[in-house]
Design a binder for this molecule. Structure first.
Ligand code: K7E
Ligand code: RUQ
Ligand code: CUA
Length: 626
């Protein structure tokens, strides 16, 4: 845009074209930059046009008793959990606690889940943003889901057989992991972007000089969940996606200025997207070209590094308009799409040209002007890209090949714009991250719902909107609003046939701990410790009562011996902060201290039969002698 057509928003370097100015209020407010700027938009800061199309046609109704076609896995942001939502109905099917504790299931209360959280860093919360499904041959294999914790630099794995978190890795040397993806096509690694620059190691030496801070890129083994290697780079890494052939991981990045405040971070006109050459990095590690920090090989991928000077740099730095946000690689793997955030464009990188080109500008295949505040892009598999516009509050559909043909900055590739409500972050179409997206439905994860729902106090839900995109050339149609508790960032979808959820636990997973009705009993294991074993079934515990001594450490093992789907029993112990679920054929243990003499009625929290209320056991804690 021409200089004189720009109006400064008070941030060094952040300016918008005059005709876009009236739309800018919300973004300005959200970026915390211009006090009082929302007055310019007429008070509430809403974006300009927010009529809901009344057109009907696409139905997302799933009749009672019918199933959805797709699983949607939503990150829960700083709630720490994942949510599973059926598409197209948008019905919430379940939640999967990951970095949080959950009293509905007992996650974080039973010994195994307590240990998982403890060994995974010992924090009580996390901020999950980017859920990723494991892939085989570029398609979802239904085994695992991997998700980052932005807050504490962690990556967790969810087992999709049991819909249960089974591993959390607290990655050394990294404070915040923001971008997270799996390396296509066969999930060789789970990759994470360290967003916050910090001293390496961050142990209190040299804390004052930000020049010595660094941002890391990490590879974690998807099976062992162990950290394999890290690469240090210049600038702050943001989001990452990979090509389809296992060679390139493309990370957006901001703050090439390496400043510590917002003015400094947005000073320059350009930032550098990083293209990580995975086999070249592996080679460097193999050759011993690394420094070991806290047990992890850290390879130097900064611009000045000798590993970046030869014919095959381990990291290529590609200039893009300042502070880009997302990177998504299209279904055929030809292009990476980098949303401009502060630039109204999406930069397309030609991944096929990346290996041979020495001039970074050569790999820019297209740069359409899509609108204000582009954050994320998704794909329908029919040659279209859909980009979310945070400031314009729109989803814009555009033609990928037309954008390659068009001049940089051209609006010609744009096919259609759909208003969303309001201010979208991620946008995801069905199976868009595979080599064969399904089209049909699009979700716009809007950060603000404002007037779309009944007011529920000052903290309103987000608004995830379902948009029909059909196959081919159909117009986009807004079909449903869906309130979401704070705060989903991203979602990923798998066709129901790709997920094989178990209906009961597999007893062999619990060989050593599984107990039968005959095993039910109390065993004194030490002067101050007892092991209580009891089964659960409709509608009784294996022990009607048991007695322990004041001060005993009680280990309580419970097996649900039911073989029937969806018959869950709970084990709640009043005044001991214990409550957990035991699914059919599952075994769980809790360990606690019986500190207070008295009688405690253990009861079942899951409604399991007509006599559910009577499902009770009695823990008797006898006072210590003397
Ligand atoms: Cu754009 Cu964490 Cu994917 Cu949020 S990030 S919106
Ligand atoms: S009672 S089935 Cu909980 Cu008061 Cu209800
Ligand atoms: Cu068992 Cu209710």
């Amino acid at each position: 845009t021409a200089e004189d057509d720009d109006i400064s928003l008070g941030l060094p370097g952040l300016s918008l074209g005059r005709r876009d100015f009236m739309k800018a209020g919300v973004a300005a407010g959200a970026m915390g930059s211009v006090a009082g700027c929302s007055a310019l938009t007429g008070g509430d800061g809403s974006a300009s046009s927010q009529s809901t199309p009344s057109g009907s046609g696409a139905s997302h109704t799933v009749e009672p008793g019918e199933h959805d076609e797709y699983y949607g896995f939503w990150s829960g942001g700083h709630s720490g959990e994942l949510r599973v939502i059926g598409i197209p109905s948008m019905r919430e099917l379940t939640r999967i606690p990951v970095f949080n504790t959950d009293c509905a299931t007992g996650y974080g209360y039973t010994d195994d889940t307590k240990e998982l959280l403890e060994e995974g860093g010992g924090y009580s919360w996390g901020d999950n943003h980017h859920p990723n499904l494991s892939e085989t041959d570029g398609d979802y294999d239904g085994e695992y889901l991997y998700v980052n914790d932005k807050a504490n630099g962690r990556i967790a794995r969810v087992n999709l057989t049991y819909f249960e978190t089974d591993a959390i890795t607290d990655v050394p040397n990294m404070q915040a992991i923001h971008g997270c993806t799996v390396l296509s096509p066969d999930t060789k690694y789970v990759l994470g972007n360290g967003e916050f620059r910090a001293p390496l190691p961050n142990d209190g030496t040299d804390v004052k000089n930000p020049d010595n801070y660094t941002s890391l890129f990490v590879a974690v083994d998807p099976e062992s969940m162990e950290t394999q290697w890290q690469v240090k780079v210049d600038g702050n890494l943001d989001i990452v996606d990979t090509g389809k052939e296992g060679r390139w991981a493309i990370s957006s990045a901001y703050n090439s200025e390496e400043a510590t405040d917002i003015q400094g971070m947005t000073k320059d006109d350009r930032d550098n997207v990083k293209a990580f050459d995975i086999p070249a990095i592996e080679q460097a590690v193999e050759n011993g070209n690394y420094e070991e920090v806290n047990g992890i090989p850290v390879v130097d991928g900064t611009q000045g590094s000798s590993l970046n000077q030869g014919d095959r740099p381990i990291v290529k730095y590609i200039p893009t308009p300042k502070s880009p946000h997302c990177v998504e690689v299209g279904p055929n793997g030809d292009y990476a799409f980098i949303a401009g955030k502060l630039s109204p464009t999406v930069t397309m990188l030609d991944l096929n040209a990346l290996a041979d080109s020495s001039d970074p500008e050569e790999v820019v295949a297209g740069r359409p002007r899509v609108g204000l505040g582009p954050l994320h892009t998704t794909f329908d598999g029919n040659g279209h890209a859909y980009t979310s516009l945070f400031i314009d509050s729109q989803a814009v559909k555009w033609d990928i090949e037309a954008a390659v043909e068009a001049e940089e900055g051209s609006e010609d590739p744009i096919i259609e714009k759909q208003d969303v409500h309001y201010n979208p972050g991620h946008i995801q179409a069905l199976e868009a991250m595979t080599t064969d997206p399904d089209g049909e439905w699009l979700i716009s994860l809007n950060k603000l719902s404002k007037d779309r729902f009944l007011p529920v106090g000052p903290i309103m839900p987000d608004n995830d909107q379902l948009i029909h995109i059909g196959q081919g050339e159909k117009e986009m149609e807004l079909v449903a609003d869906h309130p979401a508790y704070p705060e989903p960032h991203d979602c990923v979808f798998a066709h129901k046939d790709k997920i094989d959820a178990k209906k009961v636990y597999d007893k062999s997973d619990y060989d050593e701990t599984y107990i039968t009705e005959e095993d039910s009993g109390v065993e004194r294991t030490g002067e101050n410790s007892v092991h209580v074993k009891m089964t659960t079934k409709r509608s009784e515990y294996g022990l009607p009562d048991f007695t322990v001594q004041e001060g005993d450490e009680v280990k309580l093992t419970t097996t649900n011996i039911e073989g029937v789907q969806d018959i869950i029993h709970g084990v709640a112990i009043p005044e001991h902060d214990i409550n957990y679920a035991v699914a059919p054929q599952d075994t769980r243990e809790v360990t606690f201290t019986a500190d207070d003499p008295g009688v405690y009625w253990i009861y079942c929290t899951f409604f399991c039969s007509a006599l559910h209320l009577e499902m009770r056991s009695r823990m008797i804690v006898e006072p210590a002698e003397g």
